[in-house]
Design a protein around this ligand. Structure first.
Ligand code: TIU
Length: 236
């Protein structure tokens, strides 16, 4: 099926084969989004991240409607911390360190309540969940193999935080040959200025790492009258 048109984006509109496009939602976990989690222990104001939830939810609903591959990631570590480098655990002066008991269970540990994805964006059957020990979603995970298996060439990337795990993942993806479109309103940072600069870094220099678009543009592109190719799910 032919592609039906271009997605509005900066530095320029981008034509995507929707059947080779996945929605990649980075680390929308309670540990980053809610009080008492990893993000707050680092001294951050977690309320800064709430603005990304509704735009992601809208794109997620559209992706589900069209059968697009959806991949969720979660940053976290094994209970014995064997995949947590001491340099990460020891860094800074957080109120609680990775692995310490907190109000949502042990901080940033797989299987704990705080490690899970927020209810508004909770994965459904058929969606991929990638557990990652690092900032980048490709490092020490099966993400590359999964994307290859589904024939994915393009990524719609959203999640938190813009300048940390979103940027790191986009850089990793860029080097692996994926076209990355980052959804500006579907990302957020504890530092609004870092959010803004994190997006600028992606789209500067002719789109050195990719494109920046937003949820409204994706919803327009995926609407039934525009997205004749979005039924990727029929081939899975
Ligand atoms: N601290 C911060 O901004 N982010 C992280 O530690 N991880 C992610 O961005 N997911």
């Amino acid at each position: 099926m032919a592609n039906s048109g271009k997605l509005a984006a900066e530095p320029e509109p981008v034509a995507l084969d929707w059947s080779a496009t996945a929605l990649l939602i980075i680390d929308m976990q309670r540990d980053f989004m809610e009080p008492g989690g990893f993000g707050e222990t680092l001294g951050n104001d977690v309320s800064q991240l709430a603005r990304a939830v509704k735009p992601i939810a809208a794109v997620l609903a559209a992706a589900r409607e069209t059968g697009m591959l959806v991949v969720h990631t979660r940053e976290g570590h094994l209970p014995d911390l064997s995949d947590a480098p001491p340099a990460k655990v020891e860094r800074g002066a957080p109120s609680l360190r990775i692995g310490d008991p907190g109000p949502m269970g042990r901080i940033l540990i797989r299987g704990e309540a705080g490690h899970d994805i927020i209810p508004e964006l909770y994965p459904i059957d058929g969606e991929v969940v990638i557990d990652k020990p690092g900032k980048g979603a490709f490092y020490a995970t099966e993400l590359g193999e999964v994307l290859q298996r589904y024939g994915i060439e393009n990524l719609l990337v959203c999640g938190v935080t813009t300048e940390v795990c979103v940027n790191t993942t986009v850089r990793e993806a860029n080097d692996r040959g994926y076209r990355c479109v980052v959804l500006a309103d579907g990302c957020a940072s504890y530092f609004p200025e870092f959010h803004e600069m994190g997006l600028k870094m992606i789209k500067a220099q002719g789109g050195i790492f990719g494109w920046v678009s937003d949820s409204a543009a994706v919803l327009r592109a995926l609407s039934p009258e525009n997205a004749t190719t979005a039924a990727a799910g029929t081939s899975r």
